[in-house]
Design a protein around this ligand. Structure first.
Ligand SMILES: [Fe+2]
Ligand SMILES: [Fe+2]
Length: 275
């Protein structure tokens, strides 16, 4: 029997091991796109996603203030940074499949599912790339403690597709665009070409994920006659419990369809005067 897309998404969410989760995500994405190309799209269906996706026994999850900080200038520090990135990527795999399964009752054009299946596939690739880098340095995902609470945004917005789009792709993933160039620089200085290459792939593809968020947020606003900017501000203030941190990557945010008046009013500084 052919699985529906929602069932595939739930299967990814319920797979605990990182490499197994990402292998399944990539396989399901290939199945989805093969059916799309053949002109026989899979049924979206409905399914009950778990409130918390299955995760491996390691890493140990600690509150952010208990995760040891290491200087990025050392080998240990670079491993810790890659480990943190791997953790973010694994969480992102679940986030993208969760947005498919959790809101399968909300009617969308098929392009919505294309976008999130592609994003879920790319996150799986990102996790594998970063895990490969960790293994090349003699470590592995699970060797160090990682942040608990990464799933908080998903839980908070489990009932609100507009809130989910505003907070996850348009705030959290957009933040990734702000900080990734600095990380690439750290690994470039250390001569770790594989890590530089992995982060450049991630950086390029994450622009797409932020753009999907903005696209579908605006789609829903347009369908319901809602003014997008004040609605975005309202949702982020409601679901995201801190202010946004400049400096912002205005160029990549613009490329992803997020204009400055979406994020500056939510920042903890006023913009410096523009030249
Ligand atoms: Fe990613
Ligand atoms: Fe992403």
């Amino acid at each position: 029997m052919t699985q529906t897309l929602a069932e595939m998404a739930v299967e990814v969410l319920n797979t605990a091991d990182g490499r197994a989760k990402t292998a399944l995500a990539r396989q399901h994405a290939a199945t989805w796109f093969a059916a799309r190309d053949a002109g026989t799209p899979l049924e979206i269906g409905t399914a009950s996603p778990p409130m918390h996706p299955a995760r491996p026994e390691a890493p140990e999850l600690l509150s952010p203030r208990d995760v040891p900080r290491r200087k990025p200038g050392s080998e240990k520090g670079r491993i810790a940074l890659l480990h943190a990135v791997a953790h973010i990527e694994l969480n992102a795999v679940d986030l993208h499949w969760d947005i498919i399964a959790r809101f399968s009752h909300v009617p969308f054009p098929l392009g919505y599912y294309d976008d999130w299946v592609r994003a879920g596939d790319e996150e799986a690739k990102h996790f594998n790339l970063v895990s490969d880098c960790l293994e090349a340095l003699g470590s592995y995902y699970g060797a160090l403690p990682a942040h608990a609470g990464m799933w908080r945004a998903a839980e908070d917005t489990a009932e609100d597709i507009m809130g989910r789009l505003a907070v996850v792709p348009m705030v959290l993933e957009a933040r990734g665009l702000d900080v990734t160039p600095g990380m690439i620089e750290i690994f470039r200085k250390a001569g770790l070409d594989d890590a530089v290459e992995a982060l450049q792939i991630i950086y390029g593809e994450e622009v797409g994920h932020v753009a999907y968020g903005s696209k579908w947020f605006h789609f829903l606003c347009g369908r319901d006659g809602i003014d997008p900017k004040p609605e975005f501000h309202r949702l982020v203030r409601h679901y995201f419990h801190s202010q946004l941190k400049p400096p912002f990557n205005e160029e990549k945010r613009a490329e992803a369809g997020i204009p400055p008046d979406f994020y500056w009013p939510l920042a903890d500084e006023t913009p410096v005067a523009k030249r």
